[in-house]
Design a binder for this molecule. Structure first.
Ligand SMILES: *Cc1c(COP(=O)(O)O)cnc(C)c1O
Length: 362
């Protein structure tokens, strides 16, 4: 799979993958997956604490901790599991959680599973969060939960403000950087690096299935925190360890994030070309600052018509509708990668112009 894929027997330009750096098809990433699979088998054979911990898991956790500048990291089978596994380990039912209104579904489910009271603050509104923090009964364990880079809007959480509030009100800040990892920050360490707040946010999670081109997820933080999760986090303890091939692929991808910074340069150049082109055509986008470029449509029907018309023009970018996004904000969630060519982007822009007219948006 690359920026051009075969869909229903036709070649179409893919504008919806989270493989932002093209690493899922990088020869070294594939080679690492194949080699680890040959050496250790297709599956890990058991959960981590029984006998599923293999050298590729250990190597990846060490590599992740070094990349993130933390003492330790812990790998999960998926980002969804990591959030279900960490949040209830951080706060129990006597606690209270403040969550951004547009948090990812897995964060919300992790909050629900904890049994804590959940309060929702307006999207990226630190002022509203502070108001809610002031009203809370003190001496309750308090967690603030947010995406670093929001998956359906492409905007960033105001992490410096949230970190200050966490410090001032004695709360813990938990950041899900699924989409920031590999992409944001001068060296691709993520949204925390982008905002220079790595030393103020003690731990966070991210996934291996987006820019790192593999599958699985990690939590990075102190030794103490990771040891605690190993003994307390049920989705870590009671689920089969991720496949060794995926672990080796992610470790190879991290190495490429470090050694091939030109991939990020190309990603940002492509992002600029597509963003500028879409706005020039007259489309309305969210307040995005990332490779996620959501084109706002409105009704679910109109978004489906638009997506169908795009596909007819050779561009695959499906409609995103409620409940994934709030009512009346259906959109085409466009994503761009480092591997798209300028020619593909210009072709996609022609397709958007045509499809926009078909859907009555232009
Ligand atoms: C994709 C995503 C997840 C889930 O990660 P998986 O590894 O796909 O389960 C969690 N949080 C956010 C913000 C995501 O975008």
């Amino acid at each position: 799979m690359g920026p051009s894929v075969r869909f229903d027997g036709r070649d179409v330009i893919l504008l919806s993958s989270n493989d932002y750096l093209g690493l899922a098809t990088h020869p070294l990433v594939i080679q690492a997956a194949v080699q680890a699979t040959e050496q250790y088998g297709a599956g890990a054979g058991a959960s981590r604490l029984i006998c599923g911990t293999l050298p590729p898991h250990q190597k990846l956790e060490t590599t992740l901790a070094r990349f993130k500048g933390t003492d330790a990291a812990l790998v999960y089978g998926s980002g969804y599991l990591a959030n279900l596994g960490t949040i209830p380990a951080l706060v129990e039912k006597q606690g209270v959680i403040f969550a951004d209104r547009l948090c990812h579904a897995s964060l919300i489910d992790g909050c629900r599973l904890s049994g804590a009271d959940v309060r929702v603050f307006r999207h990226n509104d630190a002022g509203h969060l502070e108001l809610l923090l002031k009203r809370r009964r003190v001496n309750r364990p308090t967690l603030i939960v947010t995406d670093g880079l929001f998956s359906m809007d492409g905007d960033l959480a105001p992490l410096p403000d949230l970190a200050s509030l966490a410090e001032r009100y004695g709360a813990t800040l938990y950041v899900d950087d699924a989409h920031g990892t590999g992409v944001m920050g001068a060296t691709g360490r993520g949204t925390l690096e982008h905002f220079h707040v790595e030393d103020r946010i003690p731990f966070h999670m991210g996934t291996l299935g987006k820019a790192l081109g593999s599958s699985g997820a990690y939590v990075a933080g102190s030794d103490e925190f990771v040891r605690y999760l190993i003994n307390r986090s049920r989705p870590f303890m009671f689920s089969t360890a991720p496949a060794p091939g995926s672990m080796a692929a992610a470790a190879a991808a991290l190495e490429i994030v470090r050694t091939e910074p030109d991939r990020r340069t190309r990603l940002w150049a492509n992002r600029h070309r597509l963003d500028e082109g879409l706005r020039r055509l007259g489309f309305r986008l969210t307040a995005t600052v990332s490779p996620i470029l959501p084109v706002l449509v409105g009704s679910a029907e109109q978004a489906l018509t638009f997506a169908d018309a795009l596909l007819a023009q050779g561009v695959f970018a499906p409609a995103i509708r409620p409940p994934t996004v709030p009512d009346a904000t259906s959109r085409i969630r466009v994503t761009i990668t480092s591997e798209h060519t300028a020619e593909q982007i210009d072709h996609a822009l022609d397709a958007f112009a045509q499809a926009g007219r078909t859907a009555g948006l232009l």
